[in-house]
Design a protein around this ligand. Structure first.
Ligand code: ARG
Length: 247
């Protein structure tokens, strides 16, 4: 009998710990999932994840009276993580798409971006139009499950397409000549062109809107929208824009 009591106690304790560790919808901590390596939205600086999305979430958290904790993961793991409650909200420069809307709820848009073509500095690749990428002699890198990957699958299927979990590996492969081209969001292509031996040679006008994403039906959505609106109307927004997009 004693054994069972001890066992029950242990089980209760473990369950309690499990719950305390995960995301909580109404606790004080707001667990934000992101995928660093997407500068200037989220990237690592001395080991710490920083960037536009992180500061935006901190400002939103302040509005909501909730502390923000950041969890960094592969981009293609984010939607499942928010669906299962490992994280409360995705802040990862995620484009609002109809397909994703079937799996998560998005806030109002907070940023608009196109795709772009990034090559090695000094590369002799020149394109008349984006469709020229549909050529078997090009090795194109993209991040798994991104709109860049979708674009390449649809428009450059003849090329050799390599998919990465993280952009950091993708840009390294570009520098190491394992791929020739990266198709990715334009603001991030511009940041790579500034910080790495890479250049942006073309914009692909896809007109995408970024939103924050939560579990379908989550009560957090309204709260996030209200806080996002407040932040976007405040000076904090202008500061964010000039900190991360001053060119
Ligand atoms: N905007 C693109 C998408 O939603 C790329 C986002 C990649 N974000 C990241 N943090 N790596 O598919």
């Amino acid at each position: 009998m004693k054994k069972y009591i001890v066992l029950m106690l242990l089980l209760t304790l473990t369950a309690g710990m499990l719950f305390a560790g995960g995301a909580q919808e109404d606790g004080s901590k707001l667990v934000v999932g992101t995928s660093a390596g997407f500068r200037p939205f989220e990237y690592r600086d001395k080991g710490e994840v920083v960037g536009f999305d992180i500061d935006l979430m901190k400002a939103i958290g302040e509005e909501m009276g909730r502390e923000v904790e950041v969890q960094d993961m592969d981009f293609d793991a984010l939607i499942e993580a928010v669906r299962t409650g490992t994280i409360d909200v995705i802040a990862a420069g995620m484009t609002i798409t109809d397909e994703r809307k079937e799996r998560v709820d998005f806030t109002e848009a907070y940023f608009v971006a196109d795709q772009a073509v990034l090559v090695r500095e000094g590369s002799d690749i020149s394109l008349d139009e984006a469709a020229d990428l549909n050529n078997s002699s090009y090795r194109i890198g993209v991040q798994n499950d991104t709109t860049g990957a979708f674009w390449v699958d649809e428009n450059a299927a003849d090329a050799e397409i390599k998919k990465y979990g993280k952009y950091i590996e993708c840009i390294q492969d570009l520098e190491n000549r394992n791929i020739d081209v990266i198709v990715l969001d334009k603001p991030v292509a511009e940041a790579f062109a500034q910080n790495r031996p890479a250049e942006m040679i073309m914009v692909i006008p896809t007109d995408e809107s970024y939103g924050l994403a939560v579990k379908k039906g989550s009560a957090l959505l309204d709260e996030l929208n209200a806080a996002l609106k407040k932040v976007m109307e405040s000076e904090t927004w202008d500061e964010l824009m000039s900190t991360y997009f001053s060119t």
